[in-house]
Ligand binder design. Structure first.
Ligand SMILES: [Zn+2]
Length: 237
């Protein structure tokens, strides 16, 4: 076994590599999430557009219904008008005239409704066109963004390969027991296992270390762990 001093140096180096590996791992893990989120958003917006289109379709049906109603009522007016020539009494004549007047009043309301529907359809169609344009642009943007992310993932994977082989070479030089301890702390302490003591305080948890702990580190006789956060301590030269 090499001198402990040397081993600590290797651990510090390993910690640097592991920090990079963890960072790249996080990037690689986050990329699919980012892509999924973009796809979900786009899907939501596409659904909103479909809902607008369905709304316009429903308005069209409503318009047709009103037009049918109008046509039927116009037919009734014609029928009553032809009956006007056949009635025998003034009273009947007046009653028919009044009925015709009522239907005409109804019809002008229906006509107003139809005009309103036309206006609504116009407004909705404008919204739909704007939304379609927006979605087209977004789709293009998403395509660009996805390409960027997949390039980034590719780069990260390559970098990771390099780091992993560096790590392999480095760990081969570290004592197995020491490595085991290091990896245990690395796992339980969010990827930070080896920390310097600066101004007497552990740089993992910032607790001030008693002088005997600092002496112990300087003696280089064995790994020294922070009492508080359990990380491996060293003193920078
Ligand atoms: Zn600590």
């Amino acid at each position: 076994m090499q001198k402990l001093e040397e081993q600590i140096k290797l651990l510090v180096e390993l910690q640097g590599l592991d920090a990079q590996i963890i960072k790249i791992d996080n990037t690689l893990e986050s990329i699919p999430h980012v892509i999924r989120k973009m796809d979900e958003n786009f899907k939501g917006e596409t659904a909103a557009l479909k809902a607008l289109e369905a709304g316009v379709k429903a308005l069209g049906l409503k318009r047709k219904e009103k037009e049918g109603e109008l046509e039927a009522k116009e037919g009734n007016i014609k029928k009553y008008q032809s009956q006007l020539n056949q009635v025998k009494t003034n009273k009947e004549y007046t009653a028919l005239q009044e009925e015709i007047g009522r239907i005409k009043a109804d019809n002008s309301l229906i006509e107003e409704d139809i005009i309103k529907i036309f206006d609504q359809v116009d407004a909705e169609n404008k919204k739909i066109e704007a939304e379609k344009e927006l979605l087209k642009r977004k789709e293009a943007d998403i395509g660009v963004e996805k390409k960027k992310l997949s390039d980034e993932a590719e780069r990260a994977k390559k970098e990771m390969e390099g780091l992993k082989s560096q790590r392999l070479a480095l760990t081969a030089r570290i004592d197995k027991d020491i490595l085991k301890k290091y990896e245990r702390v690395l796992k339980s302490k969010d990827g930070l296992a080896v920390v310097p003591v600066i101004n007497d305080s552990c740089q993992g948890c910032f607790r001030v270390m008693p002088p005997q702990v600092i002496n112990e580190i300087k003696m280089n006789e064995g790994l020294v762990f922070c009492d508080n956060c359990t990380r491996i301590l060293y003193v920078e030269e």
